[in-house]
Design a protein around this ligand. Structure first.
Ligand code: N01
Length: 547
């Protein structure tokens, strides 16, 4: 289908209508820019549109995992649960799109195939699978950090006659697993959530686990109206705390809590244990910040990992199964997985854990899957096998900058970015929540980065500038700092997607900024001083204003 986009020339193209894309449209319009957004899905919501599998649910409390830019929106919207399920978050995204009248700038069901920079006009030429060919001064990739699914590739899968599902591309017509023999492959956050739900329905459920995850009860519950009004009164303080925090999730027991101030090793055993018990009782991601050094010091980390393993063992009837579900790598270096009754599913007679280290997947047959030497007959298989994190979504678009250089080729040689938002040689192209962005609450990070980009554009206009790109020296320094910080943490101590390990052939590198949000903001602020972090130019001149 060919689209009639508003105009074939705009100030800004935004790719993706998830939480980042929606806010970018809003900010661009506020700044008087013409904007066209393209979205592959039929609706807004991004990750919350695609990941509609049973059990999909946020694990940062909704009052923190929500927009902060509109005080009215904060006061109007009521979350029904502490951690809302996918349908409610999708409703929220749709509400925002309607309330701020954002849909008129979005072309749905439209995939951006390519974005090429034309040096002579200093504009981006963006083309889509619907035939759009649009020229834009600025190009913003709001394509998501965990949005490019890894396609399942298993020998014989094309011959399998049963149903196949990917958690991240779940059909809108809910499949029924009642009385069926179902396998789930993958036990990251998505697998854990879907397994917990499918275990309630399936006749037999086979969980094919390669690496166990550290789990913690989510402790979800309905929001009491008294608590909701209290939080609404406290929003200003909450947002301030989030803004000044490392990762943007701060609540403990749904209440304001001080940031950590001590090492896990400088308190008594009893004090440390009490703090871990407190965090487990609070649930969600609260263990990340029980102490200052859980991700910095292996001994400190071990105290938390030992505690988490103890909690896992307590919930399982069979000690042998419990051991298989206990991870042995440093905790938090792979994502902690808050869940609801996940471990208890393995106490049910209809659920079987298959340890792929003992019996690897051999191949699919027409009737099922062979693990080790055993064929398991299946009616359905669910793949929760993860994503090409950070770089994947942009790599799938043919993005070419100066001299026709492909971004994908640049990144294949080594991930590079400035401030986790841009890279030299790709003028006026920015990304939000993309490579080298902070490990931080993604909605609030999107707000910060969209504001930052909009401010840059306003400053460019005030200074009569047309083109901005990263200063290569500043970019090298940012990359070095990002890697140095990453290497000073425990993240390199396990195989994980933060380091690109889940994609064969992907160069191992720190994909996230692990230096905390306040330090990241400082980098962004310094870069803006006298344009020192950028190369800027007016007209056809490409003037370097900074070294
Ligand atoms: O993906 P993952 P995810 N054979 O990469 C396994 C966010 N999220 O979609 O680790 C067998 O974590 C793989 O095994 P291994 C959150 O940030 C948030 O679950 O490679 N297994 C692993 O177990 C999260 O971290 C929420 O050994 C194979 C799994 O598949 C991120 O999204 C909910 C395999 C992939 O796990 C990604 O989570 C959901 C193979 N060939 C997601 N290939 C919440 O807010 C892969 N695996 C709660």
């Amino acid at each position: 289908m060919r689209h009639d986009t508003e105009t074939s020339e705009v100030d800004m193209v935004v790719v993706g209508a998830g939480f980042a894309g929606l806010y970018m449209i809003h900010r661009a319009r506020q700044s008087g820019l013409t904007v066209q957004c393209f979205e592959v899905g039929e609706q807004v919501g991004g990750t919350w549109y695609w990941n509609r599998y049973p059990g999909a649910r946020v694990d940062i409390e909704c009052v923190e995992y929500s927009y902060s830019f509109s005080k009215e929106l904060e006061q109007e919207w009521d979350w029904s649960e502490r951690y809302a399920g996918q349908p409610e978050i999708e409703r929220y995204a749709n509400h925002v799109a309607d309330r701020f009248d954002l849909r008129r700038n979005i072309a749905f069901n439209t995939r951006v195939n390519a974005a090429h920079y034309d040096q002579s006009s200093q504009r981006w030429r963006v083309t889509t699978d619907s035939g759009d060919n649009i020229s834009s001064r600025f190009c913003i990739m709001a394509t998501g950090l965990i949005s490019a699914p890894i396609e399942p590739r298993f020998k014989g899968l094309d011959t399998f006659q049963g149903e196949q599902y990917l958690t991240s591309r779940w059909p809108s017509d809910e499949p029924s697993f009642e009385h069926k023999r179902v396998a789930v492959i993958g036990t990251g956050s998505s697998g854990i959530q879907v397994i917990s739900e499918v275990a309630k329905k399936a006749g037999e459920l086979f969980v094919l686990q390669r690496t166990p995850a550290y789990t913690i009860p989510l402790q979800n519950r309905p929001v009491e109206s008294g608590h909701a009004s209290k939080m609404k009164r406290q929003y200003e303080e909450l947002r301030q705390r989030q803004f000044n925090s490392f990762s943007g999730f701060t609540l403990v027991h749904s209440d304001l809590a001080p940031p950590p101030s001590k090492s896990a090793l400088e308190v008594s055993d009893a004090e440390r244990r009490a703090e871990y018990e407190n965090r487990w009782a609070s649930g969600g991601l609260s263990p990340y910040y029980a102490f200052t050094d859980s991700l910095l010091n292996i001994e400190s980390n071990r105290t938390l990992a030992d505690f988490a393993r103890e909690k896992i063992r307590e919930r399982l009837d069979d000690p042998a199964i419990a051991e298989k579900l206990c991870p042995n790598y440093p905790i938090l270096t792979r994502r902690l997985s808050p869940e609801t009754n996940y471990l208890e599913a393995f106490n049910q007679p209809n659920v079987e854990l298959i340890d792929l280290h003992e019996q690897p997947i051999s191949h699919f047959t027409t009737n099922g899957i062979v693990v080790g030497d055993t064929e398991i007959e299946l009616d359905a298989v669910i793949f929760a096998t993860g994503f090409d994190v950070m770089t994947g979504a942009m790599d799938r678009i043919d993005i070419r900058g100066l001299e026709g250089e492909a971004l994908k080729t640049r990144w294949a040689e080594g991930l590079s970015s400035h401030l986790g938002m841009m890279t030299h040689g790709f003028p006026n192209l920015f990304w939000i929540n993309g490579p080298h962005s902070p490990f931080y609450n993604p909605i609030l990070l999107a707000e910060f980065q969209c504001d930052y980009i909009t401010d840059l554009i306003t400053d460019m206009s005030d200074d009569g500038l047309d083109v901005l790109e990263a200063n290569p020296t500043a970019e090298r320094e940012y990359v070095q700092l990002t890697n140095d910080i990453g290497n000073s943490t425990l993240y390199p101590e396990s195989d994980n997607y933060y380091m690109g390990d889940n994609i064969p052939g992907k160069a191992r590198a720190t994909l996230f900024w692990f230096g905390g949000f306040p330090f990241y903001r400082k980098q962004c602020r310094l870069a803006r001083e006298e344009w020192s972090g950028f190369q800027v130019a007016s007209g056809s001149r490409r003037t370097e204003l900074a070294s």
